[in-house]
Design a protein around this ligand. Sequence first.
Ligand code: PDD
Length: 287
Amino acid sequence: MPRIAYVNGRYVKHSDAMVHVEDRGFQFADGVYEVCEVRHGFIVDLTRHLDRLGRSLGELQIAWPMSRGALTNVIRETLRRNHVHNGLFYLQVTRGVARRDHVFPAAGTRPSIVVTAKSTDPSVIAAKNAKGIKAITVPDNRWDRVDIKTVGLLPNALARQKAKEEGAQEAIFIDTDGMVKEGAATNVWIVDTQGTLVTRPSEHGILRGITRTTLIDVAGTLGLPVTERFFSVEEMMNAREVFITAATSICFPVVSIDGRTIANGHPGTVSQNIREAFFDVAEKTAI
Ligand code: PDD
């Protein structure tokens, strides 16, 4: 069965899915994106993902490529055409196609829109959860508007590559004060020595992850205390648990950072309990 992508108004074979060479996403990373999980035939937290898309577009003064309702229909249709039951969709909107010039193109230039979808194997995610993952720390060398979910991800890609070369699966960005920011494609959490769930405030140099937001709701239903505050690398190394969150992986336990074992080196119970409760709390939209 061929994969199908939606590109600027048409459903095309994935292998034929193209954007123009002068698309501003290609030339300037002048675009935004969302990645959203699909689980058991339901889109997870669609409302929050579309809300964040709207915020990202607004911050960059890019127009919605179509109405929110129409976009939801395109997402659903792309998922249906790819027979996704468990997996994800990827959505990207750029400022559109224009002769190369740093300043914005003429008003009325149509934003480009691409939606792709793919199936994932839940057993691969389950295996990672059972074992936990390894991470490294890296200095944060990104711009200061990482709260906007732009496609300008070169520092993130380089950090993930470095992690891979060092036998780890995630790189954790650290600020100049030695405080933990977030992962290359995840938010970072600890369970501190008091048993409180801690994550960095989203106003300060991180992306406000949708999984992060829903996880705060999940913690509420489980009666787990949550604090949004800064925490240092040292505090993370000595935490009861460390885990990372993102759509499609929910929460992966981190059992080693920079070669140092976290707690007893095994996934903790708090992240497991949260993972098990997550889909009961998250919003589910039928495909
Ligand atoms: N990444 N921080 C960064 C830098 C991210 O790229 C992501 C998501 C997150 C978690 O956000 P959410 O919970 O909304 O997925 C935090 C996606 C999955 C990606 O780039 O593939």
